[in-house]
Design a protein around this ligand. Structure first.
Ligand SMILES: Nc1ncnc2c1ncn2[C@@H]1O[C@H](COP(=O)(O)OP(=O)(O)O)[C@@H](O)[C@H]1O
Ligand SMILES: Cc1cn([C@H]2C[C@H](O)[C@@H](COP(=O)(O)O)O2)c(=O)[nH]c1=O
Ligand SMILES: [Zn+2]
Length: 199
């Protein structure tokens, strides 16, 4: 949680970069936590650049917006490689919905961190089937710091780690909110439609 060393001595001794992953189910607070870390970097007067995949237009074309309506300005990108061109001389790079990038995001994050930048990414660790989501397992492997956050199961009130899809659609990418997804604990996720909604 407290990965915020001062960068003041950099002129004398260049500091290394690193990668932070914030992962968890839908509604677990990934975006809130990403925004919190990025705002604190801005307060420390560090140069921050923020990106999201262009396909994520749920709440806003450009802003990253959490389910409880915190927001921060970002640049939508079509491909991971665009981030390398746009990150410029910034000190901190933030990425939301990172599960939607292909595996080239791994080289991009490594390259940014190798240049001395702090790279903070947030993404879903599992898809609606409970399977690891795209690039996320590899990102967690190459990261220096991994934080898993949790939602509350909307069926029973336990800690939720899964994103249950209410709609019958089977494609992996299906943007949505509470209209299509529920945060569920392992037990309620496995019960599927057999859950007791009057629990
Ligand atoms: N089932 C739930 N469990 C926890 N928080 C929830 C739930 N449903 C809605 N929320 C709201 O979602 C917020 C987290 O939103 P956000 O940071 O966008 O999550 P994520 O990016 O992980 O989907 C919480 O602070 C809370 O206000
Ligand atoms: C589980 C799952 C989710 N999605 C989509 C649904 C939302 O648009 C985003 C996740 O947003 P959040 O900030 O984590 O709430 O991803 C998907 O396309 N496929 C899935 O399996
Ligand atoms: Zn439950």
């Amino acid at each position: 949680m407290f990965i915020e060393p001062s960068r003041k001595k950099e002129i004398l001794h260049p500091r290394t970069g690193w990668i932070e992953v914030i992962c968890g189910s839908m509604f677990s607070g990934k975006t809130e936590e990403l925004i919190r870390r990025l705002n604190r970097a801005k307060i420390a007067r560090q140069a921050v650049e923020i990106f999201k995949p262009a396909l994520d237009k749920r709440y806003h074309q450009e802003d990253i917006v959490s389910h409880n309506e915190n927001s921060i300005r970002s640049t939508p990108v079509q491909t991971a490689n665009e981030i390398l061109l746009l990150a410029g001389n910034c000190e901190v790079v933030g990425l939301d919905e990172v599960q939607f990038f292909d595996t080239s995001i791994l080289d991009v994050c490594n390259s940014l961190a190798d240049k001395g930048k702090r790279v903070i990414v947030a993404g879903l660790d599992m898809d609606f089937q409970g399977k690891p989501f795209g690039c996320m397992p590899q990102l967690m492997s190459i990261a220096e710091y991994v934080t898993k956050v949790h939602a509350i199961c909307v069926i029973c009130g336990d800690v939720a780690s899964h994103s249950y899809r209410i709609s019958p659609s089977q494609e992996r990418v299906l943007l949505g909110e509470t209209d299509i997804y529920e945060a569920r604990c392992r037990r309620c996720f496995n019960l599927g439609e057999k859950v007791d909604r009057n629990f």
